[in-house]
Write a new protein. Sequence first.
Lengths: 352, 333
Amino acid sequence: MTLLSRLGATLPQILWLLPLALLPLVVSSQRRTLVSAIAAAPADALSRTIGWALRLAGIVAIGGLILALSGPYRSGETITRTGIGAQISMLIDRSGSMNETFAGKQPSGAEESKAAASRRLLADFVGSRAHDQFAVTAFSTSPMLVVPMTDRHDAVRAAIAAIDRPGLDYTNVARGLGMALPQFGAGAAQVSRVVLLVSDGAAVIDPKIQGPLRAEFAKIHPNLYWLFLRTKGSPSIYDKPAGEDTPQAAPERHLDLFFKSLGVPYRAFEAEGPEQVAEAIRQIESLERDPIPYTEQRPRRDLTPWAYALAMAGLLVLVAGKLLEADLQGGSRAAAGRTAPDDAADERRLAA
Amino acid sequence: MNRFLTRNFRDRRLQALAAALLLLAMTFVVSTVTLTRNMVDVLAVVDITGSMNVRDYKRPDGTPTSRLETAKAALRDLVTRLPCGSRLALGIFTERRPFLLFTPIEVCRDFSPLDGALDALDWRMAWEGDSRISAGFYRAIEMAAGLGTDLIFISDGHEAPPPPSTGGAGFEGKPGAVRGLIVGAGGYGLSQIPKFDDRGRETGFYGETDVQQENRFGPPPADAESRPGYEPRNAPFGATAAHGTEHLSSVREPYLRKLAGETGLAYAHLEGPGGLFAPVMQAATPRPMPGSFDLRPLLGSAALALLLAVYAVPPLRARLRRRGTPAQRWKKA
């Protein structure tokens, strides 16, 4: 029953032609011969068998061809297996400063901008493990969903390839997080979920949004990694400002404090050059080694050759029947009687 | 023995059956042939500025829907129709520049993330409110040239703030270097533009005084002298506030056609949530790629036709003949 339910056709409409396969029951493929009295030749079992065999062959040939034309297949299956990997929602800063180098200058010559470095390193990261799933969200003033959670690594790499294009205005982390978090969707909770924030700055998170964000983090409970691309001379995550210690004065430090207060596994990586970015990505990769269920699509199997083979078998019998055909009245155009060989004579009984 | 074999060989029906058998045998040998098919590589840039929220399209069920939603539906429809191997890159436009979301993605293998990304397009992605379409459009052409793709630029052509009376900056690139299509979104009649607050909730529509009705940078327009209160030094644009319909929106087709004309692109109007395939295939550069063509249905249907003829032709012929002449014996082939 399960086997039957997995059979399908690409063009099922063609199957409406199947009644045509009954044609051999009505008409014979053999020549018609006039016999003055059908009773002249006694009915015999051999003739009858050959007659039915030819009819059946006709049915099989026509039916097989119609079946083949409809494109029969056994549908593929989706098998769920378990591999090593994680669902990773990448949140990438596309603010204008990402196009500067780690030294805070416009890149020149062999220098690499922060965006170009993260593009290169993240592209290597995507696809290094076959079963990771990625979503990409970009943010500056407003968040932009680039690619929803997918295991199609080509598409993710295409999204990452765009991140060193000229960036936009500001760094609005809160709204970006608000869009990156829902990407996990409902699903198996035991899957390792990762939010990877790549940014070169931080911003004050509006106290009004802090509450909803906390609730969202508590619900999804992802592992949070912040890859902070620190520009030379700019404050570190761990620097206490000389003056007042407010979020406005030291947004990086306070974003770090906010992340620490979320109650989710959190790590910040401060990178001051491409090598450190690579090292941070390596560490994240080694930390996320949990099993993840993934689906494998077993391709569907084309049954067309079988249908053609069936039709061919029927056709072979028909051709043989036609080859061995002989007439009661012999080959001459005149109706003079000539006894046909016995085996061929049997087949004449099909006629009329 | 030989005599009846030769006679059998001359039987049309045997010949037909043998031909059918040969065709069937060929399905196992030459199942597919390779031939070149035309794919396209295209960058779609979608205008997500405020005027694209105007609801002047209708869903199939008759409820109104916005230009942006219709443009998204049309792009999603396009992706399902493009031949496999074609690739689509996606960018959004607001302010004065396009923003590339991703480089080209193959439309069949990676259909699901591509479809998801198109579905996720939202006016809330906009980083600034201006809508300087010509500037954004010219830069979209540069972006397409950089990616080596063609361009689909979907916009309603509504510049905000309005361009100066002298017209904006012209196109500096080489017309026709990038091929593609401008798609004009929106109805031909004026409609109200919805207004949203800073939390994204709709709060009404733009009124006449909410938007800039006239661009007063640069030299005044030619008719300025006839305006009330005109004074060459102190009131070169006249002394009264500008009135106009900039707070209402329709598709600015002449403007978009002009942009298309000066850059060598084609123009098409977005009629609904579909219909982009034909104009895109027409405007885009065909990129021949090897594809495979299944010959088996051709061979199989020819064999089926022969086989059916073997059974159906003699009785039909007999019937025809019976109608014409009195009963006659079967003619032996």
